[in-house]
Design a protein around this ligand. Structure first.
Ligand code: PGA
Length: 244
């Protein structure tokens, strides 16, 4: 375990390129790789950059598998709020990742039992090579809401009011945001061979400082990246780092 490698970049365009470089490094390693791609605003520029490289023929994704990071619960099939749909439009389609190389989180039936099986299966297939993560203003990674400990399994969660408020901008109003979700657990994420955490904007200033400089504890789940097993790169734009 090493300290996270912190890279402060000037703006969103740099963040997109620097993030894409990390992903390309992993994708171009020999053999199949398993990637977890976060949804959210922060990585959108990076996915667009990766899509451009792929379209130019500079990023071969045939050996890439994708594991879903998080999903809302209680949605009907085809609901516009499903994070899987977002991932299809923003990541899987543009990068030509076929359905058979995508592992979805369970959302039906006994979801907690299915989550336990999910963790066992993921471990059996070799875990995660790269987790691409964003940072919630409440310190969450995926939907590992505070408090979450480093051993949290993949599971169902109640979203905190902070997350509901932050996600209202995607779906109209707070009342449109589902309050239950399923998330890959911190245990699985922290076991990834590599993590890249993307942080942008002044609204993330306080939490990124707490995550990287404050105590490592459950009320800031992202602080556990400092105890991750693999190598961790934190890409932060200047607005988030300096708070301006
Ligand atoms: P954002 O979301 O990239 O849309 O800010 C990050 C998160 O909540 O994990």
């Amino acid at each position: 375990m090493a300290d996270p490698h912190l890279v402060v970049v000037d703006d969103a365009a740099w963040l997109a390129r620097a993030g894409a470089d990390v992903v390309a490094d992993v994708v171009h390693a020999d053999g199949p790789v398993t990637i977890v791609p976060a949804t959210g605003d922060t990585p959108v520029g990076m996915y667009a950059e990766l899509a451009e490289r792929h379209a130019r023929g500079d990023l071969d994704t045939r050996d890439v598998s994708v594991v879903q990071l998080d999903e809302y619960l209680g949605l009907e099939t085809g609901d516009r709020r499903a994070l899987f749909g977002w991932m299809e439009r923003t990541v899987l389609g543009p990068l030509s990742i076929d359905d058979e190389r995508v592992v979805r989180l369970p959302t039906d039936g006994d979801v907690d039992a299915a989550c336990a099986a999910f963790d066992r299966d993921l471990e059996a297939r070799g875990g995660i090579d790269l987790a691409i993560l964003g940072l919630g203003t409440n310190g969450h990674l995926g939907f590992n809401e505070p408090p979450s400990n480093a051993q949290s399994p993949t599971r169902t969660v109640e979203l905190t009011q902070d997350t509901v408020a932050a996600n209202a901008r995607y779906w109209g109003s707070e009342g449109d945001v589902p309050t239950r979700a399923v998330t890959l657990g911190l245990r699985t994420l922290l076991d990834a061979r590599r993590i890249v955490l993307l942080v942008a904007g002044a609204s993330k200033h306080a939490i990124v400082r707490r995550a990287l400089e404050g105590p490592v504890r459950e009320d800031v789940p992202a602080s556990f990246v400092r105890e991750a097993r693999g190598s961790v790169t934190v890409l932060v734009d200047r607005a988030a780092w300096e708070g301006e």
